[in-house]
Design a protein around this ligand. Structure first.
Ligand SMILES: C[S@@+](CC[C@H](N)C(=O)[O-])C[C@H]1O[C@@H](n2cnc3c(N)ncnc32)[C@H](O)[C@@H]1O
Length: 249
């Protein structure tokens, strides 16, 4: 992995500008194949994981902000399930959002080109924030979560889906993946990225960034520290991904 993405003890990268520039460029490169690769490499489980997240949203959710929205699958799933009155999308890679246009992103979900760590939004303006496979890419997890807390109204929900670092000591819902799945992520995913997506580096980044990320329990500990209550961890498909979240106290 490029040194640009390596994280220090506090979980932040040393050069956030270079990191963000690389991440944006990488998603821009794969924007045309992103959806296809996602569904193919997860055997369509990614759709189930997003639906599980949507089911956790309060039934009367008014305004939802989907950060790192990419091609819009999470925001569109929330609208389809009739779980939210209105959904907004934000992402700092315009090419990803453009690729979502054919599915209704922009037309059905107003989209904003913005960095999740510096949102051009006023305080307490949304009822829920969701992030699907985005937080692992933030240069500073703390900065991004502070922004989530700032734009959420008190009592609002933050729900996050991502691939977390396995915690060998964890039990219950925090448990990680069995060993054969490590082989799948370490070997098969980058190889498939090279063959089908023509970008091995982008798919190697996926697994490497996961190994350098926090554990599910580490993530919810940070949420508690930042004023979130009712935190949850829910294992998805043998611990490949986790759904984590909380409610702003
Ligand atoms: C793996 S994709 C996830 C897309 C979508 N949420 C999904 O569920 O498929 C990650 C997205 O996060 C965006 N992203 C990464 N860091 C970001 C940041 N700091 N601010 C805004 N968007 C960011 C990338 O541009 C990319 O579109």
């Amino acid at each position: 992995m490029s040194r640009i993405h390596q994280r220090g003890a506090d979980g932040s990268v040393a050069d956030p500008t270079a990191h963000d520039h690389e991440v944006r460029g990488m998603f821009s490169r794969i924007s045309g194949v992103y959806d296809f690769m996602n569904h193919a490499m997860s055997f369509d489980r990614d759709r189930v994981w997003r639906r599980n997240l949507v089911r956790r949203l309060d039934a009367d959710t008014g305004a939802l902000l989907d950060l790192c929205a990419g091609t819009g699958d999470l925001a569109l799933a929330a609208l389809r399930a009739d779980r939210v009155r209105i959904a907004f999308a934000a992402d700092f890679c315009v090419d990803m959002m453009s690729a979502g246009r054919r599915k209704g992103l922009i037309e059905r979900v107003p989209a904003l080109g913005a960095d999740a760590q510096r949102l051009p939004l006023r305080d307490a303006c949304v009822d829920a924030v969701t992030v699907g496979f985005g937080v692992r890419n933030w240069a500073s997890l703390r900065l991004g979560l502070e922004e989530c807390a700032r734009v959420l109204r008190p009592g609002g929900q933050l729900l996050v889906l991502d691939f977390f670092r396995d915690d060998p000591g964890a039990s219950g819902e925090s448990r990680g993946k069995p060993a054969p799945l490590h082989w799948w992520l370490d070997r098969a995913v980058p190889a498939a990225g090279r063959l089908l997506g023509r970008d091995r580096a982008a798919y190697a980044y996926l697994t490497e960034s996961m190994e350098r990320f926090v554990t599910p329990d580490g993530f919810v500990a940070l949420l508690s520290e930042m004023g979130f209550a009712d935190t949850l961890v829910e294992r998805q498909t043998m611990g490949i991904a986790h759904l984590v979240g909380g409610r702003l106290a």
